[in-house]
Design a protein around this ligand. Structure first.
Ligand code: ATP
Ligand code: MG
Length: 378
């Protein structure tokens, strides 16, 4: 049987394949791995818009992947299948075959461009409906990690403070119900801020929903209520919309793992800070999380893995690289034994390790020129 990984239009593919290929819609990498392990999987049909074909190939060596650009055409898939069937004995198991479109597709009517201001609703292959990315200028940085205690809040607090001290209007929204980012800025008692629906950041400050740090940074603490396990995604979106209007950069301190809040804010996210610690017992979780980010449609440029609490930078990076694929490590932060003693936002080693990344993200330095440009210019 064949697995179908698609953004939408699964029923159309299945209807076209009826009587030709047995097609099952797959929504997670773990499902693909299971089918492959059971020896059930003849091949994978992957929607090119998701950009997952290369990851599937890396993870499932020996399973042919047919990457198609919608609309799916069963005749092209049949030709591809025929080629594989003929070539299979001569080719090694790792050989993959890709046809991105049929050899002579009929001319397609031009698709209507969506209105950029209105998020388009699309079905992603993990049973949630979220809006397509909204191209906005305000950078929204998601502090994300598969497991708690990796250092999302610590790295996020340092980053926000760094930007605010250099004149950026920075907002931090704590979307983790068990979050403590407010304490890192010295705010002891965060108020219970559930359900607030004001119309501006100024109003939020007046109502105590938003705390203002001496650096100018604006902080929306989490609900801090024992009854709340997960914050309301609608509420998270409301705060985010306000900040998008008025701030230069927004940092979202996310709950650990993969939650409905992730689904709600992902369309607005411009950069995911994928914070992980190099620990053997977390590798499977880290790999699964990387897969989820890929399946959510994020590209290599959108996700920045950060190795935190590293004791051996070089070897940690080498060891972790394969679990973070297709993303590549952007910074390695050393373990700083003094940070818990001093607390707050005083991690000098963190600043040293993260500074190049922050400068680039905040736009404080121009991207480095390649040397050969200079040579040609002479
Ligand atoms: N580079 C580092 N060196 C040493 N300790 C660190 C480092 N980064 C974070 N820590 C410590 O690790 C602990 C967890 O960090 P933090 O609260 O930022 O993680 P988190 O991912 O936000 O976790 P949570 O799920 O609890 O919100 C804290 O005590 C923090 O001081
Ligand atoms: Mg935290």
């Amino acid at each position: 049987m064949f697995a179908l990984v698609c953004k939408d239009g699964a029923s159309d593919v299945q209807a076209q394949c009826a009587g030709v290929f047995e097609v099952h819609v797959v929504t997670a990498m773990s499902e693909l791995k299971r089918l492959a392990a059971e020896g059930e999987l003849e091949g994978v049909f992957a929607d090119a818009r998701l950009g997952v074909a290369s990851v599937v190939r890396e993870r499932l060596t020996g399973v042919p992947v047919y990457e198609y650009t919608p609309p799916f055409r069963v005749d092209a898939a049949m030709r591809w299948h025929e080629q594989i069937r003929k070539a299979a004995p001569e080719f090694p198991a790792q050989q993959t075959f890709t046809l991105t479109s049929s050899p002579s597709p009929p001319p397609e009517p031009k698709p209507k461009l969506p209105n950029p201001e209105r998020p388009r609703s699309v079905e992603l292959p993990f049973r949630h409906t979220v809006s397509a990315p909204v191209r906005r200028r305000t950078p929204v940085i998601m502090l994300d990690s598969p497991k708690g205690g990796a250092g999302r809040s610590t790295l996020g607090a340092h980053m926000a403070y760094y930007g605010a001290l250099r004149g950026k209007r920075v907002a931090v929204i704590d979307l983790d119900s068990f979050g403590d980012i407010a304490q890192k800025f010295g705010f002891a008692d965060a108020p219970d801020v559930r359900g607030w629906r004001g119309n501006s950041v100024e109003e939020a400050v007046r109502d105590g929903v938003c705390l203002v740090h001496e650096s100018g940074l604006h902080l929306f603490p989490s609900a801090q209520s024992k009854e709340v396990v997960l914050q309301d995604p609608e509420y998270a979106l409301h705060l985010l919309q306000l900040c998008l209007e008025e701030m230069d950069v927004v940092l979202l301190d996310m709950p650990q793992g993969w939650t409905p809040i992730h689904q709600a804010v992902l369309p607005y996210t411009t950069q995911v800070l994928f914070v992980v610690v190099p620990a053997v017992d977390q590798l499977a979780r880290i790999q699964e999380h990387a897969d989820k980010l890929v399946f959510a449609g994020l590209s290599k440029a959108d996700v920045s893995p950060i190795l935190n609490k590293s004791k051996k930078a070089r070897s940690d990076e080498r060891a972790m690289a394969q679990y973070l694929l297709p993303f590549s490590v952007r910074a390695v932060v050393p373990f700083d034994p003094t940070i818990d003693k001093r607390g707050g936002i005083n991690g000098k080693r963190i600043v040293r390790a993260m500074k190049p990344f922050w400068d680039e993200t905040f736009g404080f330095v121009a991207p480095q020129r390649r040397r050969w440009f200079g040579l040609f210019g002479q």
